[in-house]
Design a protein around this ligand. Structure first.
Ligand code: SF4
Length: 941
């Protein structure tokens, strides 16, 4: 197999000059520019360009074609105006776009309630207003001119005028000039001997009046290469564009992959290819991901989104952490992802079991407590007097203790940083805490710091919500924007691309949802209002027409091959999409690589093999040979699908141990799901020890029950009033487990108070004698002559004249406890086992066993079982013992048992697992499972 990297490494640069691919004629504009550059060789020439990156591409193309670029300087309209106006500025500063937004936000704040003042202040509104004021200024509209405007509401007109006046006054008061004033100051005079050159399609705005030479550009109607010519009724024109092609793909990633496949298939060197796109938010990240994964060198004119760098991701996570009341899971995610400089990823495991939950104040107190507990545990493990000392455990605990001790200072610093005001916190976080590991990260950190410093300078008051601005910054900033480079693909937006002169251009994202781009009406100054104020004020319609012309000009100036593409199916909502423009050729649907040689990766090769090259003989065998683990998985799946109970279903005779001490809980688990028993007691698989907070409840069921058990015990044993015991226990648990919010906490407290009332009203015949009574292992004899060692812990033992009464408190509902099926097919054994072992241990008859349900779920019910009802327990225990002894740990036959099982992530489709198990239990071939079949009679269909 030959993959993308190998082929492209072989011919990734052109290395030939002129390029191997023959070019057609130069674009009109470059020919005109070359002519001026040659004929006015020594004159100072200022070339106006939309931005310097585009200008540099023009100069580069001239130089590559051996044309002189002597005395040719690049200027954007603003930089030219700045140079010309410099002597007249008299110390005044140019107002940058951020300053405009801050000024607009401040004015909006001062506006008070009215028409615009009632709108929710936001960064977006301030940006929108700033853009409107900027348009008005550039169009030469004065504040008083707004009087003649026809506004949808007179109040709006008045307020806009007021805002506009205040804006102009602020400029004066703060010694600032905006672009409009700058253009005015630039005047119409040029230094002697300077020629200004401008392409005909560049919007010069007020600089239009400056003497300049207009350089013609390719216009759509005159170009023989424009595909739009091909759209004209004269279809013969198609012949002049033989290198045009189009394709569609399912999703943007496939679109990008097809571009790379075409490069590969045609042997196009990377630095002869330019990719243009219509949607930065979608295509930039995808292009970055795909090219990174394939190792394809690429430069992005717009740069890489800062969210792809560590400092960008870290700042975003840090802002969310501080905004959401410092959730522990968010900090752990930051640490685990390696985003923090002084808190290494390995620390996440050590911090996870600490019950912090969330809340600024809990971090250090809980950390200190945990460190102290670890120190005690380590000491006990090293010097245990009752049990064998465990040096390895002591060493592990000590290591963890030191790890946390070392993390304390950086964590305290991080918390300090989080408490600062947002901009200062973000700056300190980026400088001190965010991790950078490569050049891109360093760039990102510097750019973010620069932008934050700029805002800090413009924001002495709170005109803008700094957090909102920081989040917007993270979404908008891109780093390391570069022009075309040898050996690299070049990616640009369609409206700034097509200047590199590369022989092959792809234009992606021409689906109807994205193209033609829709220009929206300005919500602050509507189009109808704009047209009454000045014909030069842009409207949605004029902008739309401008974009259409821009696209036509792009196509007109492109040379070489042009391939356009669109996404035929949006993966986000699974809808069909059509191309947004009429294409002169039928687009090819790009799915899999057409040949093995154009596969970009191993996955693509398989795509080609399975989709294009026809069916594969014995695919499972081949997969198994190439990927042994997958082969093992396929064998396991086949075994599970058969009727035979196999090792892949939980048949592990080696794990069949019955000489251990059993608790009722353990045997009940075996009765409910032998596979779960196997995971927990044979394999000892533990779920990660992580504190996960449920936003809907404070205490998880187990902790809720244990709090109430302790209250009942202390009340009956120590005489502590119920309310006092509850109050104390709640306070203690609140320290350990923080409630997600006050509402949830109050609701759980009320549930406990009601449980207390139910408990207090319970009639009691006997005298409570033992509480949380531990019963050491007792022998329970079974019908086949074998026995089990069973221990227990009984919530309460009451003494009556006739004997003992056993009580167990349940905070669940009563559904598992039914006198008609007292063992619930082996799932409920506690009652019978406790009667058996309590009688042996206390040497007194047990007259009663009762479950008491003090919560609302259990409706305060008491469910009792008589000895007669429980007489069948030896048979049930015998069957469970047989299953354990045989190592027959098959999954439950009823997925209701899977409700809160810790191993759902292993079993996944629990309904399918239970169904499979039911089939195996009933299959005559599996007599090893007969005891389970006896416990669970076939379900009635
Ligand atoms: S998820 Fe269900 S089948 Fe799987 S171990 Fe748990 S209870 Fe058994």
């Amino acid at each position: 197999m030959i993959y993308f990297d190998k082929i492209f490494m072989a011919h990734k640069t052109t290395n030939s000059f002129p390029p191997k691919t023959p070019r057609k004629s130069s674009p009109t504009f470059l020919s005109a520019l070359a002519e001026v550059a040659r004929t006015k060789l020594l004159r100072e020439k200022w070339l106006l360009c939309p931005n310097r990156r585009i200008g540099l591409q023009w100069l580069d193309r001239l130089a590559r074609n051996s044309q002189p670029v002597v005395n040719l300087r690049l200027h954007t309209p603003v930089s030219l105006a700045l140079e010309l106006a410099a002597p007249k500025l008299n110390g005044r500063q140019l107002l940058p776009p951020l300053g405009r937004t801050v000024l607009a936000a401040r004015l909006l704040k001062q506006l008070g309630t009215g028409y615009l003042g009632t709108l929710r202040p936001s960064l977006a509104l301030a940006e929108r207003l700033a853009a409107t004021l900027h348009d008005l200024r550039l169009a030469g509209v004065e504040p008083e001119d707004l009087e003649r405007g026809r506004f949808e509401a007179a109040a709006k007109g008045r307020e806009l005028m007021e805002l506009y006046r205040a804006y102009c006054a602020e400029l004066k008061n703060h010694n600032l000039v905006d672009d409009a004033e700058l253009f005015r100051l630039a005047g119409t005079e040029l230094p002697a001997d300077v020629i200004v050159l401008a392409p005909a399609d560049l919007d010069l705005g007020p600089l239009q009046k400056l003497p300049h030479t207009v350089l013609p550009v390719d216009e759509p109607s005159a170009s023989g290469t424009s595909i739009l010519v091909a759209q004209s009724p004269n279809r013969d024109k198609l012949e002049v564009c033989p290198t045009f092609d189009a394709f569609s793909a399912v999703g943007e990633t496939n679109e990008i992959r097809e571009v790379l496949r075409r490069c590969l298939a045609n042997g196009w060197p990377l630095d002869e290819v330019e990719i243009l796109h219509t949607d930065s938010a979608v295509y930039l990240p995808r292009l970055f991901e795909v090219t990174e994964a394939l190792g394809v060198p690429v430069t992005f004119a717009e740069g890489v989104p800062v969210s792809f760098t560590r400092p960008g991701r870290a700042l975003s996570a840090f802002l969310a952490w501080t905004r959401d009341d410092y959730p522990q899971t968010a900090l752990l995610a930051m640490i685990r992802d390696g985003l923090l400089r002084h808190l290494p990823g390995t620390l996440a495991g050590a911090l996870r079991p600490i019950p912090i939950g969330f809340g600024y104040d809990r971090y250090l107190t809980q950390l200190d407590r945990h460190i102290a507990v670890l120190a005690q545990q380590a000491k006990r493990a090293a010097t245990d007097e009752d049990e064998e000392p465990r040096p390895h455990l002591a060493e592990t605990l000590r290591r963890r203790q030191h790890q946390l001790e070392e993390a304390r200072a950086p964590l305290a610093k991080l918390l300090d940083c989080a408490r600062r005001e947002p901009l200062a916190a973000a700056q300190e976080f980026l400088k001190t805490h965010a991790r950078s590991v490569n050049e891109l990260d360093n760039f990102a950190r510097e750019v973010l710091l620069e932008r934050i410093a700029e805002l800090a300078e413009w924001l002495p008051d709170n005109a803008i919500d700094a957090r909102e601005w920081l989040l917007a910054l993270l979404a908008e900033v891109r780093v390391r924007g570069e022009g075309p480079r040898p050996g690299h693909l070049f990616v640009a937006r369609w409206d700034t691309g097509g200047h590199s002169g590369r022989a092959h251009t792809f234009i992606l994202g021409l689906d109807a949802n994205r193209f033609p781009p829709q220009s929206r009406q300005d919500p602050v100054l509507l189009d109808s209002e704009r047209s009454t104020l000045s014909p030069t004020l842009p409207t949605a319609e004029s902008r739309q027409a401008e974009m259409k012309l821009q696209f036509e000009r792009l196509l007109a100036r492109l040379r070489g091959t042009v391939t356009v593409s669109f996404t035929s199916r949006a993966l986000t909502d699974d809808t069909e999409q059509a191309a947004g423009l009429k294409l002169p050729v039928v687009p090819v649907a790009a799915t899999a690589p057409a040949t093995a040689e154009t596969a970009l990766s191993e996955t693509e090769w398989w795509l080609w093999r399975l989709c294009v090259a026809g069916p594969v003989a014995e695919p499972d065998r081949l997969v198994g040979e190439c990927f042994p683990w997958l082969g093992r998985g396929l064998r396991a799946a086949a075994q599970r699908a058969s009727d035979v109970f196999t090792e892949f279903d939980g048949y592990v005779p080696e794990a069949g141990k019955t000489d251990e001490v059993f608790s009722a809980h353990r045997l009940e688990m075996m009765g409910a799901c032998p596979l779960r028993y196997f995971f927990q007691y044979a394999l000892r698989i533990e779920p990660p020890d992580e504190l996960e907070l449920d936003p809907e409840r404070w205490l998880p069921p187990v902790e809720f029950g244990s709090l109430l058990h302790d209250v009942f015990c202390r009340h009956l044993r120590d005489g502590v009033p119920l309310e006092t015991a509850l109050e104390q226990n709640i306070a203690r648990w609140k320290e350990t487990l923080p409630p997600p919010n006050e509402g949830v906490f109050r609701r759980d407290c009320r549930r406990m108070e009601r449980a207390l009332r139910i408990f207090a009203a319970e009639p009691r015949a006997g005298t409570p004698r033992y509480f949380e009574a531990e019963i050491p292992p007792q022998t329970v004899a079974l019908p086949d002559g074998t026995a089990l060692q069973v221990r227990g812990r009984i919530d309460r033992v009451d003494e009556t004249p006739g004997g003992l009464e056993l009580w167990d408190y349940k905070t669940s509902s009563t559904y598992r406890y039914d006198n008609k099926d007292p063992f619930h097919q082996g799932r409920v054994l506690q009652h019978a086992l406790y009667i058996a072992i309590a009688q042996q241990f206390y040497g007194k008859p047990v007259t009663r066993f009762a479950y008491f349900f003090p919560t609302e779920k259990g409706r305060g019910e008491t469910i009792e079982f008589t000895r007669t009802e429980l007489a069948g327990v030896p048979q049930v225990l015998g069957r469970l013992r047989q299953l354990i002894a045989r190592g027959a740990f098959c999954a439950t036959t009823d997925d209701h048992d899977c409700g809160i099982c810790d191993y759902r992530a292993i079993c996944r489709d629990v309904a399918a697992v239970a169904e499979n198990s039911e089939r195996k239990v009933r299959a005559p071939v599996n007599d090893v499972l007969a005891p389970l079949g006896e416990l669970r009679p076939p379900k009635k269909s």
